[in-house]
Structure formats: C-alpha cells, structure tokens
Design a protein around this ligand. Sequence first.
Ligand SMILES: Cc1cc2nc3c(=O)[nH]c(=O)nc-3n(C[C@H](O)[C@H](O)[C@H](O)COP(=O)(O)O)c2cc1C
Length: 256
Amino acid sequence: MIADASTDDLAATPVAADTVGLLEGIASTRSIRRYRNEPIPDDVLRDICFAASRAPTGSNRQPFRLIVLTDGEVATEAKRLVADAAARLWRTKRNDDGYEGGSGVEDTSPKARMARSMDEHIAGLATVPALILPVLLRYREPTETEGSSIYPAMQNLLLAARGRGYGGLVAMWHLPVEAQLRELLQIPDAAMMAATVTIGKPVGGHGPVRRRPLDHFVFDGPWGSTPAWAIDPPGTRHTSAGPPDAAGRTRSGTET
Ligand SMILES: Cc1cc2nc3c(=O)[nH]c(=O)nc-3n(C[C@H](O)[C@H](O)[C@H](O)COP(=O)(O)O)c2cc1C
C-alpha cells in the first residue's frame, strides 16, 4: 500500500497481519525518539488510529479525537511550534538533571545514550513523519481521572505502531505552545490536549525496556505484601531502572 492509496482501496483493506505477538509486543514496546525521514503510508496511519479507537473509555463515550499531522502548511507549522517548545524544555532538563555529569560522561551509559537520543529527537521534530495530538473532549468539569479515557488509546497507538514496524513517543512537548496550537488547529476551548505522540520508522536498533521487577510493585493484600507468583519471567533483564521509589529502592530488596 502506498501513501496516496485511495480511500476505496483502504476501505477494502483489512488491518495488517501482526509481525509480532501481542504479549511480546507489549513487553518490548518502548519509546522511539529517532525516525527515518520517510512518510508513513496511509494504511499504517489508518491501522494505528484504528487501534487507538479500540481502546476502552468510561461508559464507552470515546471522548477523544486524534489530530494526525503529516504534511502541508498547517502540519508544518504545528511541528515547528512543537519542535521549538521541545528544544527549550530539553535544554533546561539537560542542564537541571546534569546529563553532562555522573554516568553521563561515559559514552555507553544509559544516561549518555538517552541524552544523545534526545538531542537527535529534538533535531528531527520539525520534520517528524507524523505528529499526533490526542485531544480529550470534556463532557463535564475537569476531574482527576479524566485522562483515563484517553491514555489507553495512546498506548494502543504505540503498540499498533510497533506491530506495523514503526515506533513512537508520548511526550508533553505541546505544553509551552498549547495556546498557539489551539488557535492553529481550532481545538475547542473545553477540550484537553493530552500529549504529543510522534511516530515514524525507527532509526537503528533500540535498547531493552527497563522496568522494576514484579515483586517490587505487585501486592496481594496489605500494602507491601508480595505474592509468591510475582516473579519476572526467565530472561528478564534491566530491572533496576527508574528513579527510586518513596522507600529509596530502585530494585527489589535493594536500598539505595
Ligand atoms: C505521560 C507520559 C509523558 C511523557 N513525557 C515525555 C516527555 O515529555 N519527553 C520525553 O522524552 N519522554 C516522555 N515520555 C516517555 C517516557 O520518558 C518513557 O516512556 C520512559 O522513560 C520509559 O522509557 P521507554 O518507554 O523507552 O521504556 C512520557 C511518557 C508518558 C507515559
């Protein structure tokens, strides 16, 4: 299928067959920040947005819309706004979080790799293949839990992108330029801009998913009681990542 496939063709085209099993895809999907400079074919955009539409929402209201920006004047301007905002946010975070110090000085450390990947991400944002803005249509006063009817759809976007050989990143790059984006894209005042999602064909390979082990976050009764079955499957590695929790632990049983 090519990028300018007619809508008739697409209406007759089923969602593509999986290239990766569901559980494997869930366990291995991670943030992809560097993309090849290639347009995303319409059938891929269709499949990943379709996956988003299948997500659960409270009362099945489906109270969100996706603004999918690829090319053209409006998309170019939106990407430029987001790229400028992201560059400012990342510059500040790079300094504040000391990416130049500690393990950041070792070229192969996760910190140094993260900084390089972010630098490249920011440099490519203005021409990212697809910038998707998920927007929540509020039907009542804002509540603390309203995001729960849009964020599952965003995870489905990332999973479906992985299933089609693409990758993506959920980020908050829109925040400093939300007013400009609202005006440019005529987003209703009452709607909540939930995130930016960038999608493209990944450049190069990407590292492993780093997550806490199961016995660190699954309880089966009172807070902190760990069930015997909370054991990571064989071969699980990189379980010491992430900022320390409230008890100062970064991995099971380890005090930092
Ligand atoms: C709600 C949310 C907001 C995020 N915001 C940003 C962001 O502003 N910038 C960014 O680079 N990554 C952002 N991320 C990506 C996370 O940093 C990333 O998922 C996390 O570090 C784990 O890395 P991994 O997805 O590669 O395994 C966000 C993720 C989520 C779910």
